[in-house]
Design a protein around this ligand. Structure first.
Ligand code: ADP
Length: 275
């Protein structure tokens, strides 16, 4: 299926809910770039602000490519053992338990490391030999090296807004990645997405998108995050549950974006002007 010449990955009739393709509306050439990278087994860097569709995109691509998706949410306390695995004591016996990265490498899955650059350097170091031509994972604790099964693909996402450099990824490794940049979609596409995901009419979705875009374009904004597509969908979902647009926007957007009473008041006024 294609809209304006761009592919739309949508759910075909599926036997079970879990077999349904995740709905993903392409914005640029990201689907074609990902497909080509997947054919070559190249790792992908996915850049974009929080809530703009990175996770949904990877889910849709994994489904289209018929691959298992292993997702790991990065955080600063993450250790390499959280990725690779560790010995655990089970019923008096010490057994090795694969971490999610090892499992993906063995199974030829897509391993999606979400916000992995939050993690410490000694954690991210394990991905270097996987991302380059070696395509292997050193399992130091087991004294072996695991070659990646065919089909294995590494996908790393980060938000360039607050991680200006991939500080923990070596430049030589970084150069082996294919980069895809996602951003909040243009208004017409975002309206379509919000309407679809929240189950609301196009006009209401369009109003939410107008507000979202107004907040995003605020000059000298004190906000750390802006109104994401995800937040607009949440607001739309509350409207679908019978809340007024005004209440929904206050609950899912305005109060979520800031704790500062002055900022909350100003955003509320902006919302009232748009709604
Ligand atoms: P991120 O991983 O960038 O933080 P998500 O992928 O979780 O963001 O996106 C948030 C939500 O926005 C998704 O669950 C989905 O409902 C919706 N969404 C965003 N972009 C798209 C898109 N291009 N097509 C379909 N849904 C989208």
């Amino acid at each position: 299926m294609a809209v304006n010449g761009r592919p739309v990955i949508d759910s075909p009739a599926a036997d079970t809910p879990s077999a349904a393709a995740p709905f993903y509306r392409a914005v640029g050439d990201e689907v074609e770039v990902f497909r080509a990278a997947a054919r070559r087994g190249l790792p992908v860097l996915l850049k974009g602000p929080t809530g703009c569709g990175k996770t949904r995109f990877v889910e849709a691509m994994a489904h289209e490519l018929g691959k298992e998706l292993v997702t790991v949410a990065g955080h600063e306390d993450m250790t390499s053992a959280d990725l690779v695995g560790r010995f655990l004591l089970r019923g008096g016996e010490t057994i090795w338990v694969d971490g999610p990265l090892t499992r993906a490498v063995r199974d030829g899955a897509i391993c999606y490391l979400d916000e992995i650059v939050e993690a410490r350097q000694d954690t991210t170091v394990v991905i270097h030999p996987l991302a380059d031509h070696r395509r292997e994972l050193p399992l130091d604790r087991l004294g072996t090296t695991l070659p990646a099964a065919p089909g294995f693909q590494l996908v790393i996402s980060y938000n360039p807004g607050y991680q200006s450099v991939l500080k923990n990824i070596k430049e030589s490794t970084r150069q082996r990645f294919v980069a895809i940049e996602l951003d909040f979609p243009p208004a017409d596409i975002e309206t379509e997405i919000v309407a679809h995901e929240a189950g609301i009419d196009g006009e209401t979705a369009g109003t939410l998108v107008t507000l979202g875009r107004a907040i995003r374009s605020l000059d000298g904004s004190p906000l750390r995050e802006v109104s994401s597509t995800r937040m607009l969908i949440l607001a739309g979902g509350l409207v679908a549950e019978g809340l007024s647009l005004r209440s929904a926007v206050r609950a899912a957007v305005v109060r979520v974006l800031s704790d500062d009473p002055d900022v909350v008041r100003a955003l509320g006024e902006l919302a009232d002007a748009v709604l």
